[in-house]
Design a protein around this ligand. Structure first.
Ligand SMILES: *[C@@H]1O[C@H](CO)[C@@H](O)[C@H](O)[C@H]1NC(C)=O
Length: 213
């Protein structure tokens, strides 16, 4: 039970017996879980109470900001609250709101659906879409369908000279990315990963680490 639900139970306890008559706060915007329905919630806007319903594919958990206080259904723990899981599908979108693979093949992009309209989004360079986590992931974690060398554009050497700087990071030897001083290649069991140094950092070829620019 999160803070929204606790507040909802205390402040809107009358709901079990009938419609609530007022909001606990006179100002601001507050959302409260519906005690029975996972796809509904109560919204107080400057003291005005409304019953809201999440869009298809979304549910309420008090912390979801995907759309109108609701979160993706796979991210929400409804506990005792009920909802109708029926999908309202349209071409490219199972639910009206959701994140989807753009095909069965390994892909560096994915589909984000809003109001049933699919939009193609790109993963950060070097990553591929992983439906298991509904997000982008290292290609070497999806070896059943991805070829990390093709995705990353680097082949890890079978051996690393023990005297080379790369060997210092064994079993995860590192290499410079030609033409990109903001990233590095890292090899994990022979599979490459493209790692970004992060903001304001540059890859130092002599130390093979990301340093403050
Ligand atoms: C709430 O009321 C304040 C003050 O009257 C106003 O500035 C604000 O826009 C209102 N907020 C909403 C969400 O209506």
């Amino acid at each position: 039970m999160n803070i929204y639900q606790i507040v909802a139970v205390i402040s809107l306890g009358v709901l079990a017996h009938g419609a609530p008559t007022q909001c606990p706060e006179a100002y601001g915007v507050q959302a409260y879980a519906h005690p029975e329905n996972c796809d509904q919630f109560f919204l107080c806007t400057n003291g005005t109470l409304t019953l809201e319903t999440c869009e298809n594919g979304l549910l309420f958990d008090g912390k979801g900001g995907v759309h109108n206080h609701c979160n993706y259904n796979w991210a929400v723990d409804c506990a005792e609250r009920k909802y109708d899981p029926t999908a309202i599908s349209s071409p490219g979108c199972e639910y009206q709101f959701g994140l989807y693979e753009d095909g069965p093949e390994c892909s560096t992009s994915y589909i984000k659906c809003e109001y049933g309209l699919p939009n193609s989004l790109e993963c950060v360079k070097g990553l591929v879409y992983d439906d298991r986590i509904h997000g982008c992931n290292w290609p070497d974690l999806l070896l059943e369908k991805c070829n990390p060398e093709a995705v990353v554009g680097f082949k890890c050497p079978a051996k690393v000279d023990p005297n080379s700087p790369a060997a210092r990071f064994w079993p995860f030897p590192r290499f410079a990315v030609p033409g990109d001083p903001h990233s590095l290649f890292l090899c994990n069991e022979g599979h490459p990963r493209l790692i970004a140094c992060g903001e304001d950092k540059l890859f130092d070829q002599s130390t093979l680490t990301c340093e403050d620019a």
